[in-house]
Design a protein around this ligand. Sequence first.
Ligand code: SF4
Length: 72
Amino acid sequence: MRVSADRDVCIGSGNCVLTAPAVFDQDDEEGLVVVLTSDVEGPVADVVRAAVARCPSGALRLIEGQEPPAGP
Ligand code: SF4
């Protein structure tokens, strides 16, 4: 599973960082989400699902499966 974040939508609440600090961080300038590792599996994937559910802005997106990322 992959997780991606839309920083244009993120409001910097930090919920994802509190829920899954191994996967998410916030930048020092604006406090917006930074995805530390986008490929998540097993127990980490379950924590990431919880983080996505707790994001108040809908900035986080899950991509199930092993599809490669789009784009160059
Ligand atoms: S929980 Fe959502 S709004 Fe809050 S920092 Fe994470 S991505 Fe941004």
